[in-house]
Design a binder for this molecule. Structure first.
Ligand code: NAD
Length: 478
């Protein structure tokens, strides 16, 4: 299978004619040969988007809403077959995670459709009675949408549906690991009636087409979901042109388990929050901080879960997770686990590759907080577990982190839960749940090194529009 770029409503080869191979994580075999875009293709795509933006903004909100609703219907109709297969083969998702993505994608498109009618402005009082002040909300123009590999359908949809609803055109640069699902989504959007040039997809590598895209003078805003390393680079460049950016970056989320929680039930929640999709989830609770009185029971329960965890074929209904995305990712996880053990951490379970790119569920205890395993995002199925003396100590350990994406607290004690909600340094605190939660209306985003901006519902509309102050003299002396 060979794919092309999608520019101005048509499929075209990269100007260089070059391609690159996309591998299936489960087999490490070539899945597709994909067009390899460069700076020249970026120029063509941005020019198409600038023209597309004008056509798109000329449509009524109802027409934009209709395109997004139609896209939602098409995903709902086709999603559970074709899109599911691509997600499983290209990103190594187990079938249940792939289904979850498709359902969330439909929800995001419908939620964004509603936003198309909500580009509210306002008026505000003026001390001069002959003057009126109002605020108009306008789209930004062309948004560069740069997406990661881990939830390549739903995250891409979250990043593109809201700017589109607000009247922007987009140029998408999906992860080089998962371009096929982005091309499939573009095809659906085209079928849903988005005018030519409104949605463009260029496939290729960060340095070769991502950087020329974010640096292109025809781009008005950058939405990037990816690692903090990439976010810092792109953010610094964007600041040279004072571009609006929405940066959704890495995480090292903590889940606190307080003494009143049932250790077995809590262990199940913690396990779901870290092992889903092999831990390749930005909000995964990769650190569990447990009140000392239930620490031994919780550790036993979580080891039992790891022992029994079905890690089978991707299309098996019971499989919890599958392979990591590529060999480099496996090597990174192994190096950080080995480093922690060499610095005094206790390996309670796992700690090695099981098969191919599948890494064992891994539990580390007594991890020094200076270690990469505690501080850095592994993006693998590795849980650091730590004992705490009371809620204040638990919160303080959780906050001893450079990231601040999500967090969770498992307790029935409302006062302690609210203490945690108030004091945890993160973009979200989930009470009675794990840290990996989604809601199309929620303001998703992080504090500290986890990013800038919030996405979801009206929060995205705010990010992808600009306000303009209009004032009017009712008796002009002109
Ligand atoms: P990555 O940073 O390697 O790549 C993300 C995207 O940026 C890719 O499309 C890549 O090609 C592109 N890119 C790389 N260098 C670039 C450059 N110089 N200029 C422009 N674009 C460039 O991230 P990844 O490995 O694909 O994804 C995993 C990361 O994403 C993890 O850190 C994870 O936490 C994060 N993530 C965050 C969220 C969130 O909501 N905060 C959600 C999902 C994933």
């Amino acid at each position: 299978m060979q794919t092309q770029l999608f520019i101005n409503g048509a499929y075209v080869d990269a100007a260089s004619g070059e391609t690159f191979d996309v591998l299936a994580p489960a087999t490490e075999q070539v899945l597709a040969r994909v067009a390899r875009a460069g700076a020249e293709d970026v120029g063509v795509a941005v020019a198409a988007a600038r023209t597309g933006a004008k056509a798109w903004q000329a449509l009524t909100p109802a027409a934009r809403e209709a395109c997004l609703l139609k896209a939602a219907d098409l995903v709902a109709a086709q999603g559970m077959e074709r899109l599911l297969d691509i997600l499983i083969d290209e990103s190594g998702s187990v079938i249940n995670k792939a289904r979850m993505e498709v359902r969330y994608t439909v929800d995001l498109l419908r939620t964004a459709a509603g936003e198309a009618r909500r580009l509210y402005g306002e008026t505000f009082p003026n001390d001069n009675p002959s003057r009126i002040s109002m605020v108009m909300r306008e789209p930004l123009g062309v948004v560069a949408v740069i997406s990661p590999y881990n939830a390549p359908l739903s995250l891409l949809t979250k990043m593109l549906a809201f700017p589109l609803a607000a009247g922007n055109a987009i140029v998408v640069k999906p992860s080089e690991e998962t371009p096929l699902i982005a091309l499939a989504l573009a095809e659906i959007l085209h079928e849903a009636g988005f005018p030519d040039g409104v949605v463009n997809v260029i496939t290729g590598f960060g340095a070769e087409c991502g950087a020329p895209l974010t640096n292109h003078p025809g781009i008005n805003c950058i939405a990037l979901t990816g690692s903090t390393t990439t976010g810092k680079l792109v953010g610094a460049q964007a600041m040279q042109r004072m571009l609006k950016t929405q940066l959704e970056l890495g995480g090292k989320s903590a889940v606190l388990i307080l003494a009143d929680a049932d250790p077995v039930k809590a262990a199940n929640i913690v396990a779901q929050g870290i092992f889903t999709h092999s831990g390749q989830i930005c909000m995964a609770n990769s650190r569990a901080i447990v009140e000392r009185s239930i620490y031994p029971e919780l550790v036993d329960a979580i080891i039992a879960i790891c022992r029994a965890m079905p890690i089978g074929p991707l299309r098996d209904e019971s499989s919890v997770y599958g392979p990591l995305i590529n060999r480099k990712a496996v090597e990174k996880v192994q190096a950080i686990v080995d480093d922690a053990v060499s610095k005094g951490a206790t390996l309670l379970y796992g700690g090695k590759v099981r098969d191919g790119l599948v890494y064992e569920p891994t539990i580390l205890a007594n991890v020094p907080h200076s270690c990469l395993a505690w501080r850095e995002e592994l993006f693998g199925p590795v849980l650091c577990i730590s004992a705490a003396d009371g809620i204040e100590d638990a919160v303080s350990q959780a906050n001893d982190a450079d990231y601040g994406l999500s967090s969770a607290v498992l307790t029935r004690d409302i006062a302690k839960a609210m203490y945690a909600a108030k004091h945890l340094e993160a973009g979200a605190v989930h009470i009675g749940m794990h840290a990996f939660q989604s809601n199309a209306l929620a303001p998703i985003g992080g504090s500290k090194l986890s990013g800038i901006g919030r996405s979801g519902g009206a929060y995205s509309t705010e990010e992808f529009t600009e306000v303009k102050w209009i004032s009017m003299e009712l008796n002009p002396d002109v």
